[in-house]
Design a protein around this ligand. Structure first.
Ligand SMILES: [Zn+2]
Length: 336
């Protein structure tokens, strides 16, 4: 049934703004379910909350079977209405009635059937049952067994249970007392601890900000938490860096000494590709070589023609080759 008006006929002189279709055809909005509304009965779909035996056919009807039940208000407990659900057995013509029991928050069979008692035993399942003060006549707990031996057994069982429960209750009371005997002290301790943590957090944040400002980091870069591990790690990294720097310095000094003794030309001391230049010094290797205590013959002449410079260099090289004293010094340096 699709489309305009859903296939229902509405006369041309009726106004849908003033008159609904249900009132036009004389039907209740709930349809056939409201056919007994004049008796206070509404037909609802009701699902059996427990297993029952029908009194008419003596058949067992399982929990969850659904009926079109007649729902009716039959009374009230305080301000809560008590509803009755009257169902017709699907296996015979017998009617049975189930009612709500607001006092015990459960359903009870009122007539026409017998409820199968399948109460969940909380104590047997390692849990605690909540005992209501006045369970009412429908409660199975309130009913005493008719057999005297069974009654005696039940009484003994109840006594044992009361004893164990008393121990447990005392235990719980003691625990509660230990925690809540002095709420003022507890509260002040908690608040003091919170204040302390807050102060520490603020202090840490300020220190971090100072560090970030010093090294030029923005707030997007998180700083590592300072503890034993990170401190050791940082110390190790610093030592490695320091050792590397010391090695470079030693190498640089060695090269400078070689230069000053005239055992190397300044071009050799220029760092090769991939090598690190000495970071701490702003002077280039050649500049230091010039500043060092070298012989005046090694100083590159700023004046003179290229031919004169070449002649001077050749003379110095030849002299270095032939001079036995220079040879001894060079050997001692290379042996180091
Ligand atoms: Zn039946």
């Amino acid at each position: 049934m699709q489309g305009f008006n859903m296939g229902r006929y509405r006369p041309y002189d009726s106004d849908p703004r003033k008159e609904s279709f249900n009132s036009l055809v004389g039907k209740h909005p709930l349809g056939d379910r409201a056919r007994k509304l004049d008796q206070g009965i509404l037909i609802v779909r009701f699902e059996l909350p427990f297993n029952v035996w029908c009194d008419g056919c003596k058949n067992h009807i399982g929990q969850g079977v659904r009926y079109n039940a007649e729902k009716k208000k039959v009374g009230s407990y305080l301000s809560t209405p008590i509803w009755s659900f009257r169902c017709k057995c699907h296996l015979c013509s017998n009617w049975f009635e189930v009612r709500t029991d607001p006092q015990n928050t459960r359903y009870v069979v009122e007539s026409g059937a017998r409820q199968q008692n399948q109460e969940w035993d909380a104590d047997a399942n390692g849990s605690f049952s909540i005992e209501l003060g006045d369970a009412g006549p429908s409660s199975s707990k309130a009913e005493a067994p008719k057999d005297p031996f069974a009654a005696l057994e039940k009484a003994n069982k109840d006594k044992t249970q009361a004893k164990t429960s008393a121990d447990r209750i005392a235990e719980l009371e003691e625990f509660s007392e230990s925690r809540w005997s002095d709420p003022y002290t507890l509260n002040s301790t908690l608040r003091r601890q919170l204040r302390k943590e807050k102060r520490a957090l603020i202090r840490e944040g300020e220190a971090d900000d100072a560090v970030r400002k010093r090294i030029g980091w923005t707030n997007d870069f998180p700083l590592a938490k300072e503890d034993e591990g990170t401190r050791d790690q940082a110390m190790q990294a610093w030592r490695q860096e320091k050792g590397k720097q010391r090695e470079e310095n030693a190498k640089f000094k060695f090269d400078r000494d070689k230069l000053s003794l005239g055992l190397a030309t300044p071009r050799n001391t220029v760092p090769r590709c991939g090598e690190r230049a000495r970071p701490s010094s702003s002077l280039s290797a050649s500049a230091i070589a010039v500043r060092g205590p070298s012989k005046p013959t090694h100083k590159r002449s700023a004046t003179g023609s290229p031919a004169q410079q070449l002649a001077a260099k050749l003379a110095s090289n030849t002299r270095r080759r032939r001079d036995p004293f220079l040879q001894v010094v060079r050997d001692s340096v290379s042996r180091k």
